[in-house]
Design a protein around this ligand. Structure first.
Ligand SMILES: [Zn+2]
Length: 449
C-alpha cells in the first residue's frame, strides 16, 4: 500500500516537474540567487571563517599549554629531587646529632668521674696528712722514750740515735728497733704501711684522672669533628633550600602562566561553541528557507553548470541501495536513498555530483547536523537540488560550480548512521514554491552494476 501511494505521489511529482521543465524551457527566465538565502549563506561562511581562525588560535594556545606543562613537569621533578636531597641531608644531620648527643653524654659522664676522682684524691690527701701527723706524733713519743733511756744511761742508743740522719734510716737499724717496745714498733709499722697504701692510692687515682682527662680530650676532639661535619651538612642543606625556593618561585610563575593559558583556552572553546550554535541556527534557517522557497527562483540552468537534464548515479561502482526512499524499517520517513557496498566497505570511496550545478551548502565540521553529519547541497539551476550526506570529507565549497560526475566528497559515516553509506536526496521546487524531497530512484539509474 505504501509503495502504491508513493508511486502515485512520484508520478504526480514527475508530471509536475515536466510542467516546470516545459515552462522553463519556453520562458527561459534569468537565473538569480535569492538575496535572503545568499545573505544567510554569507553569514554562515563568515562564521565558519571565524571558527577556523579561533580554532587555529586555540590550537596555538593548546600548544603553549603542552609546552608549559612540560616545563612544569621539569620543575616538579627538580623540586622532588631537591626534596630528596634535603631528606638525605636531614637524616645525616639527625645521625650526627645523635652521635654528638652521645658524645656530650659521655663527656658529662667522664667529667663526673673526674670530679669523683678529684674528691677521692682530696680525701686521700687528707688521710695522708692525718697519717703524716700521726707519724710525727709517734716519732715524738719515741724520741721522748729514747731520751728517757738516755737519762738512764744507755749510751749506745744515744749514739745510734744521733748518728741517724732521718727517721727512716733510724728505723732501718735493727739494733735500735729492738730497743723500742714491741708496741711502738707495731704502731710505726702500721703508720708506715698506711702512708704507703695512701700514696699508692693517690698515685692510682692520679693515673685514673689522667686517663679520664685524656679520654675527655679524645671525646672533645671527636665532638669538634662531628660539629664541623654537621656545619658542612647544614651548609649543604641551606644551599638546597635556597635552590628549592628559586625553583618553587619559578614553578609558581609557570602555574600562573598555565592557569592563564587554561583560561584563554576555555574562552576560545566557549567562543567556538557559541559560534557553532549560531551556525547551527543559520543552517536550520537555510534549510527551512530552501524547504519553503527552493534554492532559487525562476530557475534555469546556468550554462556553466553543464546541466544536461539527466542525473548520474552518484557513487561509481557501488550499486547497493541499503535503504530506499520512503520509510525506514521502523516506519519513520526516509527522504533519500542510501547507497553502500555489498559485503564490502564503501567508506572513503568518492561520490560525484549527479548533475552540474552550484554548491549552496557545504558543511564539513563533523557535527551531527540534523543527522546528516558532513553534507552538501547542489542547486542544479533547473528547480532541482541534490543532497549528499554522512560524508567523511566534503570536498566542495559554497558557491563552487561543479560539473556532472565531478567528485565532491568521500563516503563516510558521520551523523545518524549505523555504517558508512551515502544518503542521497533529490529536492524539487513545487508549483507553490515549496520544496519536496522526492524519490531519487526516479532521477538516477544505477549504471555501474
Ligand atoms: Zn538515508
Amino acid at each position: 500500500m505504501i509503495k502504491k501511494r508513493f508511486l502515485f505521489k512520484v508520478t504526480a511529482v514527475l508530471m509536475c516537474i515536466c510542467c516546470v521543465f516545459s515552462t522553463m524551457l519556453f520562458s527561459s527566465p534569468v537565473y538569480s540567487v535569492d538575496e535572503e538565502l545568499e545573505d544567510l549563506q554569507n553569514q554562515y561562511n563568515e562564521l565558519q571563517k571565524q571558527i577556523d581562525k579561533n580554532q587555529k588560535e586555540l590550537k596555538e594556545v593548546q600548544g603553549d599549554i603542552s609546552n608549559t606543562k612540560t616545563k612544569l613537569n621539569v620543575l616538579n621533578s627538580e623540586i622532588s629531587s631537591i626534596n630528596s636531597q634535603i631528606g638525605i641531608l636531614d637524616s645525616r644531620i639527625g645521625v650526627l646529632n645523635n652521635r654528638i648527643n652521645g658524645l656530650e653524654a659521655d663527656i658529662t659522664k667522664t667529667n663526673g668521674e673526674i670530679t669523683d676522682i678529684e674528691a677521692n684524691i682530696e680525701a686521700v690527701n687528707g688521710q695522708l696528712d692525718e697519717a703524716k701527723s700521726l707519724m710525727q706524733d709517734t716519732r715524738e713519743q719515741l724520741l721522748g722514750r729514747i731520751r728517757e733511756n738516755y737519762m738512764s744511761g744507755d749510751a749506745s742508743t744515744i749514739e745510734m740515735l744521733f748518728s741517724s740522719t732521718d727517721l727512716s734510716s733510724y728505723f732501718a737499724r735493727k739494733e735500735l728497733m729492738t730497743r723500742v717496745s714491741e708496741n711502738d714498733a707495731a704502731l710505726m709499722k702500721d703508720v708506715e704501711d698506711k702512708i704507703k697504701t695512701l700514696n699508692d692510692l693517690e698515685k692510682q687515682l692520679d693515673e685514673e684522672k689522667t686517663a679520664l682527662n685524656q679520654k675527655n680530650e679524645e671525646l672533645e676532639a671527636q665532638k669538634t669533628d662531628l660539629d664541623s661535619k654537621k656545619a658542612d651538612e647544614n651548609a649543604s642543606r641551606a644551599e638546597q633550600q635556597a635552590k628549592k625556593s628559586t625553583v618553587t618561585s619559578k614553578q609558581a610563575e609557570v602555574v600562573t602562566m598555565l592557569n592563564e593559558l587554561d583560561k584563554e583556552s576555555a574562552e576560545y572553546k566557549a567562543t567556538i561553541k557559541r559560534q557553532r550554535a549560531e551556525q547551527e541556527q543559520l543552517s536550520r534557517q537555510i534549510d527551512a528557507y530552501i524547504k519553503e522557497h527552493g534554492s532559487s527562483v525562476g530557475d534555469t540552468p546556468d550554462a556553466a553548470y553543464e546541466n544536461d537534464g539527466n542525473m548520474a548515479w552518484p557513487v561509481k561502482f557501488q550499486s547497493y541501495v541499503s535503504c530506499a526512499y520512503g520509510r525506514y524499517s521502523d516506519g519513520s520517513p526516509h527522504w533519500g536513498m542510501d547507497i553502500c557496498a555489498v559485503g564490502g566497505n564503501t567508506r572513503g570511496r568518492p561520490f560525484n555530483a549527479a548533475q552540474g550545478g552550484k554548491v549552496i551548502l557545504a558543511v564539513n565540521d563533523g557535527n551531527w547536523n540534523y543527522g546528516f553529519g558532513n553534507y552538501c547541497v547542489i542547486d542544479h539551476g533547473d528547480g532541482k537540488q541534490t543532497l549528499y550526506a554522512h560524508s567523511d570529507n566534503i570536498q566542495v565549497y559554497v558557491g563552487q560550480i561543479v560539473k556532472k560526475g565531478q567528485q565532491i566528497g568521500v563516503v563516510g559515516a558521520t551523523g545518524n548512521v549505523t555504517g558508512p553509506h551515502l544518503h542521497f536526496e533529490v529536492r524539487i521546487k513545487n508549483a507553490d514554491g515549496s520544496v519536496s524531497r522526492v524519490n531519487p530512484a526516479n532521477y538516477v539509474r544505477n549504471t555501474t552494476a
